[in-house]
Design a protein around this ligand. Structure first.
Ligand SMILES: Nc1nc2c(ncn2[C@@H]2O[C@H](COP(=O)(O)OP(=O)(O)OP(=O)(O)O)[C@@H](O)[C@H]2O)c(=O)[nH]1
Ligand SMILES: [Mg+2]
Length: 485
């Protein structure tokens, strides 16, 4: 793949090479002359003269290179905010549910043993959203569903919600069909080694299969063919606010493709070569860098030759131009997205490319970073939506918006009914009847990662110190009154 590297920054690299080669040539020539002519005064003068020009020239070159590099890797600021919360506070769900529905479904991959956690998730989403909208829920399993699971989950939904229990199509779960026995044995050994190194779920074969499945095969399931949109659920997730509008309809109306709630730092040891492999693909396909792509960088400030050298070394989490991935990725256990994007030849081709490199097994590439890199490589920022108004919890991590003002909580609304004690509204809040674990913080995860990924769509941006030390999220409405304190 050497040629990908050489062409990663054709303009800059060609220029760098050219200048360095010329300087090197001059230096070599002068040193050869010096050696030939002995240590006479003339040669010493020549060397001095050379150093006098070469060093300032190099310094000048680096001084010019750095701003060019920073300019090329900048995340261009849009003229206006490209992503806003879809609503502020509650809307009348009976009115909203009377609007035309999108062709959409919930999807939950689960094991029979997760019956209790799956039930809690379903009851929660039904209460917070689906008792009004009744989108179907599609349960997926790699083995047949137990009668108990089907029975309990069928009873967990409200009247009018359809449930479907599907087994994943043959060939779409497990090792790629093209893999032969020798390759599988090698993959198993590699997974064992990951376990020994302490990589999270590294030695759990089914986990690797799950990540590969959600990265690509999922989108080609027969059961998903009728739908254009999906909303991903997992056992033991909790929605902490009421959602009184149809997010599928809003996504469609605003031309959004990918919606998310939480962004996190990835654990580097799970996917050391994923960023570079994706960059190889991007270069091979001639996909230009965009503000969304650049938002994935932790920009390296080294001079060009050093960056280029780092790129050649193929360091973990670096791309071909020697920049590092900032490791931010969307936590894909929540996703609302357009299936057409993931079913497209473009995305599927990317997935097949990753699959051919073997990293779903030789490393533990997760579907979360794979989706994130694809979305940021292939979509403009305005097609990505942060559901900052959705309260979402999974495991120990959560985001919970501040509640909108009382008059936006529709307290007497019959369809909403009594939803219990809610968190006190906060200035700039967008939430509807949220019950947050805390009244001040809007998330218990690092805000900087969220800010990194919302940056391409944000006209209003926080200061450097707010990004690094503040529990701050780019406020899309009012930079002086962020709903996140
Ligand atoms: N049927 C089936 N489902 C699985 C299997 N492995 C994982 N899943 C499901 O895949 C989803 C993700 O798996 P988890 O074990 O929650 O992975 P995780 O690391 O907790 O992922 P995060 O939720 O991102 O923290 C869950 O919905 C699981 O129920 C499997 O072998 N079979
Ligand atoms: Mg999980």
């Amino acid at each position: 793949m050497g040629h990908y590297r050489a062409s990663s920054q054709p303009g800059m690299l060609a220029l760098t090479f050219d200048l360095l080669a010329r300087l090197g040539q001059i230096l070599m020539l002068q040193f050869r002359r010096l050696r030939r002519s002995g240590r006479n005064g003339r040669s010493r003068r020549r060397i001095k003269l050379l150093l006098k020009f070469a060093i300032p020239l190099l310094v000048l070159y680096f001084l010019i290179d750095l701003p060019i590099h920073l300019y090329r890797t900048r995340v261009a600021r849009p003229d206006q905010d490209l992503d806003q919360p879809f609503t502020t506070g509650c809307l009348d769900p009976s009115v909203m549910a009377a609007q035309p529905r999108e062709n959409a479904t919930f999807v939950m991959l689960a094991r029979n043993s997760e019956i209790e956690d799956a039930r809690l998730t379903v009851e929660n989403i039904e209460w917070q959203f689906n008792r009004w909208f009744h989108y179907p829920i599609l349960f997926l399993n790699d083995v047949p569903w137990s009668d108990e699971f089907k029975d309990v989950l069928s009873r967990a939904v409200s009247n009018g919600t359809e449930v479907k229990f599907e087994i994943i199509d043959k060939g779409k779960w497990g090792f790629p069909e093209k893999m032969n026995e020798k390759e599988k044995t090698k993959a198993k050994l590699q997974m064992k080694k990951q376990g020994e190194k302490g990589v999270n779920y590294g030695d759990m074969e089914s986990y690797h299969h799950m990540c590969r499945f959600y990265s690509g095969e999922f989108y080609n399931l027969e059961a998903l063919k009728p739908y254009k949109w999906y909303w991903r659920l997992e056992p033991s997730v909790r929605y902490s606010c009421a959602l009184t509008y149809d997010p599928f309809a809003e996504m469609a109306k605003r031309n959004k493709v990918y919606g998310w709630t939480i962004a996190l730092w990835e654990m580097g040891e799970t996917c050391p070569t994923l960023f570079k492999t994706t960059d190889d693909y991007r270069i091979e396909k001639g996909i230009p860098r965009s503000p969304a792509w650049n938002a994935l960088f932790q920009v390296m400030w080294f001079p060009a030759p050093v960056r280029w050298f780092l790129g050649l070394l193929g360091l973990s989490e670096h791309d071909n131009s020697g920049n590092k991935w900032n490791m931010c990725h969307y936590w894909s256990n929540f996703e609302i997205a357009n299936l057409d994007f993931f079913r497209s030849d473009t995305y599927q081709d990317y997935f097949r490319y990753l699959d051919s490199k073997g990293g779903f097994y030789s490393e533990r590439w997760g579907d979360a970073p794979v989706h994130t890199l694809a979305v940021h490589m292939l979509l403009p920022p305005e097609k990505i939506h942060h559901f900052s108004d959705i309260g979402y919890e999974h495991d120990t991590l959560w985001q919970c918006p501040g509640n909108a003002a009382m008059d936006k909580q529709l307290l007497g609304n019959k369809a909403l009914g009594d939803t219990g004690k809610m968190t006190t509204p906060s200035e700039g809040g967008t939430g509807c009847r949220c019950k947050c674990q805390e009244n001040t913080r809007r998330r218990n995860i690092n805000s900087e990662c969220t800010s990194e990924l919302t940056r391409p769509a944000a006209h209003h941006r926080p200061s450097w110190w707010q990004r690094h030390w503040g529990n701050y999220h780019y406020a899309v409405n009012n930079p002086h009154n962020p709903y996140e304190k």
